[in-house]
Design a protein around this ligand. Structure first.
Ligand code: GTP
Ligand code: MG
Length: 418
């Protein structure tokens, strides 16, 4: 018992440490993502202020940005809500009962906590409609509304909302019918990688006195590993298929016996308790917590962190990436096209400029010899030649060459940005 209690105490410390650690990580992720969001906003502003200012592209990026911001805000909200919920119960190890309606979840809980039976279903109706919290054996036990009830979608949502807080799932199935749909339902909970133990409630009516006597005289015939061997391979198969758990633990129990044992005396009490197999169930749970409770507690935080990142944050970025990709590709293509044009335009224009300049100066060269012969004696020789050159340049409008290059370039760019 000491080892068990010590483990739970350590679990509680681990939970506090993990909570801090994960909260820190969460803050960091939020900061990083906000930063990346800011970059996008900055890009949009730069784009908007640039000459490109293409309205269609601007609107697309802006729309992606708004959508991403909104989704991200919601993603973080659910992320933070889940973590603040966890912070309320850091010191407790939480075990949750899940399963089909009328499988006997509340009966188990009543049996464990010596209840008066008031929460056990009486008729054919689903009974537990909200998550009920109890304490047993230093654990926090949650009894949830069952799934697969007629019009029970709301109840299922309530039950499933509890998974985040759970360190260990007790999945209750009954021997009369093991439905694949129950496994499919629970599979959605397993996405958070919660550890699962199956409790197989072996149904057997205790009302009929003779049948009851027979049952209690040889409980192993019904409630034992050998007795459920026929169900075992199916349960393992379904667990592999839907939970990806290779060798799931299955514990046969008789919940009603355990409950009745609490309200019986003497030999009957002993017999009923023995029949229920609750001693084995309790010992198994104790051992499980002693051996892997700490790891389960760490797992609860880390897996839930990963789960939320994977499910609330990652899809937002994947969507944003998908929407931005074609825009980025379009801009990259345009950039490539522009660069190609420049690569060709510059040498072409260089040749053209060289030709134009040569043409422009040709007449000057032609008259240079004559000018030298005529004016060599003149002391203003230098200034006179400068005047001729300047006049020639002004008359021949060297600016025209410049303007023609600029107008060629503008024409192309206008066409390009259209
Ligand atoms: N015939 C028979 N009935 C049983 C046995 N064990 C439990 N029951 C009955 O099955 C029903 C189980 O009820 P609950 O324990 O309330 O079931 P639950 O899983 O909590 O159901 P919800 O709260 O609706 O999700 C009760 O009416 C029990 O009396 C059994 O071994 N044989
Ligand atoms: Mg119930």
């Amino acid at each position: 018992m000491n080892k068990y209690k010590n483990t739970l105490e350590e679990c509680s410390k681990i939970a506090k440490r993990e909570y801090k650690e994960v909260s820190k990580k969460l803050k960091k992720v939020k900061k990083d993502l906000t930063f990346s969001q800011d970059i996008l906003v900055e890009t949009i502003l730069t784009f908007n202020n640039s000459d490109i200012n293409d309205k269609a592209i601007y609107d697309s990026i802006n729309e992606v940005n708004n959508k991403t911001s909104e989704l991200l805000k919601n993603g973080f909200k659910s992320f933070e809500k889940s973590f603040s919920k966890k912070s309320d119960n850091l010191s407790e190890f939480t075990v949750t009962l899940f399963g089909r309606t009328k499988a006997g979840k509340s009966t188990i809980r009543e049996a464990l906590t010596t209840g008066d039976g008031s929460t056990i279903g009486k008729g054919a109706q689903r009974t537990t409609r909200d998550v009920m919290i109890y304490n047993w054996n230093h654990l926090r036990i949650l009894d949830t509304p069952g799934f697969d009830a007629y019009k029970g979608e709301e109840d299922e949502k309530i039950a499933f909302s509890q998974v985040d807080e759970t360190d260990l799932i007790l999945f209750l199935v009954t021997s009369d019918s093991i439905e694949e749909s129950e496994f499919e339902k629970l599979a959605t909970l397993r996405r958070e990688n919660k550890p699962v133990i199956i409790l197989l409630n072996v149904l057997y009516d205790l009302k009929h006195p003779i049948k009851r006597k027979q049952f209690l005289s040889n409980p192993k015939k019904h409630v034992s590993r050998d007795a459920i061997i026929g169900h075992l391979s199916r349960l393992k198969f379904l667990s592999k298929k839907h939970f990806d758990i290779q060798n799931i633990s299955v514990i046969p129990i008789h919940a009603l016996s355990a409950f009745e044992s609490n309200h019986s005396k003497g030999e009957q009490k002993k017999k009923l308790y023995e029949t229920s197999n609750f001693k084995y169930f309790r010992d198994y749970l104790t051992k499980e917590i002693e051996t892997s409770g700490k790891q389960k507690r760490v797992q609860s935080f880390r897996d839930s962190y990963i789960f939320h990142l994977e499910n609330s944050i990652k899809p937002v970025y994947e969507d944003s990436y998908k929407s931005l990709k074609p825009i980025v590709r379009l801009l990259q293509n345009k950039q490539f096209e522009l660069r190609n044009w420049f690569d060709k335009f510059i040498p072409d224009k260089n040749d053209e400029i060289e030709r134009d300049i040569n043409k422009l100066f040709e007449p000057l060269f032609n008259q240079l010899d004559f000018f030298v012969d005529q004016n060599i004696e003149n002391s203003d020789f230098g200034d006179m030649w400068n005047n001729i050159v300047n006049k020639h340049i002004a008359e021949n409008k060297i600016k025209l060459i410049q303007e023609s290059i600029i107008s060629d370039m503008n024409r192309y760019l206008e066409e390009f940005f259209k």
